[in-house]
Structures are given as structure tokens and as C-alpha cells.
Ligand binder design. Sequence first.
Ligand SMILES: NC(=O)C1=CN([C@@H]2O[C@H](COP(=O)(O)OP(=O)(O)OC[C@H]3O[C@@H](n4cnc5c(N)ncnc54)[C@H](O)[C@@H]3O)[C@@H](O)[C@H]2O)C=CC1
Ligand SMILES: NCC(=O)COP(=O)(O)O
Length: 342
Amino acid sequence: MTAPRLIIPMGDPAGIGAEVTLKALGQGTPFQGQPCSITLVGDRQLWQDTHQQLLNQGQIAADPGNFPILHQPLPSPIHPGHPSAASGAASFAALAVAIDETLQGKADAIVTAPIAKSAWKMAGHLYPGQTEVLGQRAGVENVGMLFVARSPHTGWQLRTLLATTHIPLAQVPQTLTPALMTQKLDLLLQCLHQDFGLRHPRLAIAGLNPHSGEEGQLGREEQDWLRPWLGQMAQRHPQAHLEGPVPPDTLWVQPGRAWWEPGQEGHDGYLALYHDQGLIPVKLLAFDRAVNTSIGLPFVRTSPDHGTAFDIAGQGKASPSSMEAAIALALDLVHQRRSTSP
Ligand SMILES: NC(=O)C1=CN([C@@H]2O[C@H](COP(=O)(O)OP(=O)(O)OC[C@H]3O[C@@H](n4cnc5c(N)ncnc54)[C@H](O)[C@@H]3O)[C@@H](O)[C@H]2O)C=CC1
Ligand SMILES: NCC(=O)COP(=O)(O)O
């Protein structure tokens, strides 16, 4: 069996993508003792300049010269911390190359460095994020945004799927429908089985309103359709244990305990109804180690949970820990899928 082949597009060249990637790769490969091959995508000179700058600061960073680089020249000069149409065009092109290579069977997993959606817009690429581009190019409509983080204190793994992602808050109630929720729940259960080996998972599903609506006094979605929908889902998935709609504030008490206190149990997965409902607890607990994973794709895709960090770009201050976790999880998922594929 060949070692997993990972491909890493640089992300926004005005951000911290190259820095966290080279720091995470440290001495090169194998990665944390695991054999793998890594291909970098992006402007060769920028990879090399980033390496040189980190070396000048006495930091540990892998030499990009030790990896194959699929060179994507910058359309015009980039200034760290300043996203532009050029930086957006470059990050979009690098992602497109990584997807093409993977769909052609030349890589097993894509580990994306962060892009800026605003820079994509400046470059004329009107996508809410990388997830949608990955789904479209892979021909998959139902892609899920799952955040995965392992507690360094207890070893417990937090897994949170977002039912809706990059839409304005005001659009959340009308976007959430029983059909969408069914798609996302099916996807989460399939992923927990395929990628994490969990056949009988315990899941908690968030409510939308304070106190899950308090019998309609604080919002009606729970009683109008979320509760009946959950009843149907319990019949559709008798192998799983589904709880909800859990009041969205108290939902996160138990994962907090499971994260910090040995012996505490959390659920195997959480279904949050919108971006910040799921990501505020994820980032509060695990900003330094959570991984954004796209589920439903025909290949593995992971990414650090943070963004481009333009405020510290080019300064050598960025922490590589979430990128390290993203690379490690990509390797785990490739191994897991290989072991379960027929
Ligand atoms: N996976 C992706 O491609 C993601 C991209 N973004 C994009 O990133 C851009 C900036 O978003 P923000 O909300 O400002 O989030 P951000 O994560 O880039 O920055 C938030 C704060 O965390 C700090 N930070 C982020 N990563 C860090 C690291 N590795 N080490 C040390 N400090 C770090 C930053 O300096 C900043 O103070 C936006 O354009 C957004 O669309 C945001 C999240 C994920
Ligand atoms: N908040 C998560 C995020 O912005 C990542 O989005 P994507 O680019 O991975 O779709």
C-alpha cells in the first residue's frame, strides 16, 4: 500500500497559509512518524521566501525545496496582510489545481490553507468558501462542513456538523427545512460510520431558539417541525441515538466537560443549525487544534479552523497547530477509508 499522498494549496498568499504549512511540516516527512508524500501548490518563490524568512527568525520550518511544488505564478506582487484581486485569483487557482490533481487520482487528500472569501470576490470568484468549490468540482451537491478536534486533556473527540454554513443569520430560519436537515443528518451518520468507525453513534441536535422555543413562547420552529422531524429520523436511523432539539446554550455544557474533565462523556456528534452556533463553542474549546473537514466528497479534505490572519501575516507569529492537526487528520482519514473500502 502506498503512503497517503497529500496535496496542500497555499491559500491566500497575503495570509499565513505558507507559513503554517512549512512550520507544520517541520523537518519534512514522514509527518509525526507517519509516512506520506506531500505536494505543495502555489508560487514557488513565495514558498521559498517564506521559508527563508522563518529561517532568518530562527524558526523551525520545512524546506519547500524538499517537496514537489506545482508552481502557480502570482498574477502580480502580493503584500502580506493585504488581500487583493491578485491574492484571491492566486488562492482560487491553487485550490483548482489541487482539486484537479486529486480527481485525477494523483492525491488522496487535500489539506487546504486558508483563503479569504473577500479576495475571491475581488477576483470575480463568487463562492461562499472552499467547500462549495470542492463540492461543485467533484460533482457533489450535499457536502457537509464538519469540525473535528481532539482534547489534549481527555482524548475525547468533538465532532460538530453545521447544517447551514456561510449565509446571513437572517436567512437561517427559512433555509433550515426538514429536507436539508435530513440530508445533513444522513451525511453525518454516514461519515461517523465510514470515517470514525461508529455504527451506533449518539448524536445531539441543537434547537434554533432560546430554550428550544419554550413551547412556542420564544419561537415556533421546534414545535412546528424540528420535533416531528426528529421523530421521523429516529425511525429512519434506528441504529443511532438521537437527542434534541437540545436548547442551544445548554447543548455545549457536556462537550465542555468532556473536553476538560477525564471520565466525562460527550456525544459522538453534534448537529448545529448555523455557523456561529456550532463554531463559537468549537473555537472557544479548540481554536488551536480544530480541523474543518468536508464530508460527502469522493476524497478527503481537511483544513485548519482559522482564517488568513491578515493582522499577523508575514511576521512569523502564526501558530501551526491547527494545520498540524489538519494534516494528521487527513492521514487518519485516508488510512480509515482504505481499511473500510471494498
Ligand atoms: N478555512 C478557511 O479558508 C477560512 C478562511 N477564513 C477567512 O479568513 C479571513 C479572516 O477571518 P477572521 O475572522 O479574521 O479569522 P482568522 O482566523 O483569520 O483570525 C482571527 C484571529 O485569530 C488569529 N489567528 C488566526 N490564525 C492564527 C494562527 N494560526 N496563529 C495565531 N493566531 C491566529 C488572527 O491573528 C486573528 O487575531 C476571512 O476572509 C475569512 O473568510 C476564515 C476561516 C476559515
Ligand atoms: N468558518 C469556516 C470557514 O470559513 C471555512 O470555509 P471553507 O473555505 O472551508 O468552505
